[in-house]
Design a protein around this ligand. Structure first.
Ligand code: C5P
Length: 237
């Protein structure tokens, strides 16, 4: 029987061009601390995660290792997110639950990781945190013309950490190797779905939003910097 051990893979090998910081996005500081450090600390302090494998740009393995806690192993990543997660997965040897968590969702509360791990241990092979969509959604053609309404009922926005039984995640990644599903997939649950696997949801958290643009970064810093003052300021004269 395999041990009760949770290993989190943190894909952090993206270039972060949309953020325009001139360095890998995961190393961009959010209120003074690199995103990847915040993401790893969040996982470890949740109490739900035993070990972390960080997947870094090949050129920045040492740079990431030097800022991360010793419990985080750092391995070089690949050309896209799917390849990077596969390389992280290859470094996981002993686990009953594997989480995959984007470094860019670095303010995710620990309760989300706890809920995802609990659901995998309840017997689900693939678990994703998700939230209802607030905006109205439309499908458009390549010219930007609306081609039809989309019923928001039953649509959720998907976050990370996503949790998997290791055999389920490995099978999905093996099948994705060289397939078009890998090119399209923006998350790991998508690869599980592509091989017919069942994916269940647990409630996500708005603070698990992904930092992609300079505005996202400003919002993350505002959230970190103003939580306490805002609470005290309500109703102040
Ligand atoms: O670019 P985007 O924000 O969608 O990337 C999602 C996550 O995947 C980020 O944490 C990014 O660092 C990671 N990624 C990766 N390897 C790549 C591309 C993206 O680990 N080659």
């Amino acid at each position: 029987m395999s041990s009760r051990r949770v290993v989190a893979i943190v894909p952090a090998a993206g270039s972060g061009e949309r953020l325009g910081a001139g360095r890998p996005k995961a190393l961009v500081p959010v209120a003074g601390e690199p995103m990847v450090v915040r993401a790893v600390d969040g996982l470890l302090s949740s109490g739900a995660v035993d070990d972390v494998v960080v997947v870094a740009p090949a050129s920045h393995v040492d740079a990431m290792a030097s800022v991360l806690p010793a419990r985080a192993r750092v391995v070089p990543g690949g050309a896209d997110r799917v390849a990077s997660v596969a390389l992280g997965l290859a470094a996981v040897d002993d686990a009953d639950v594997v989480l995959v968590h984007d470094a860019a969702r670095c303010l995710c509360p620990g309760a989300v990781a706890q809920a995802v791990v609990a659901a995998v241990r309840d017997g689900h092979g693939a678990v994703i945190p998700a939230l209802p969509i607030a905006d109205t959604v439309r499908r458009v053609d390549p010219g930007g013309r609306v081609v039809g309404p989309v019923d928001r009922t039953g649509l959720l926005a998907v976050q990370t950490p996503q949790g998997f039984r290791p055999d389920v995640l490995r099978r999905a990644h093996e099948a994705a190797l060289g397939s078009s599903a890998a090119a399209r997939a923006t998350d790991d649950a998508g690869l599980v779905e592509a091989v017919g696997g069942e994916v269940v949801t647990v409630p996500g958290d708005p603070r698990a939003f992904k930092i992609t643009t300079p505005l996202d970064l400003a919002m993350a810093e505002a959230l970190l910097g103003t939580t306490a003052p805002l609470a005290g300021a309500v109703g102040d004269p």
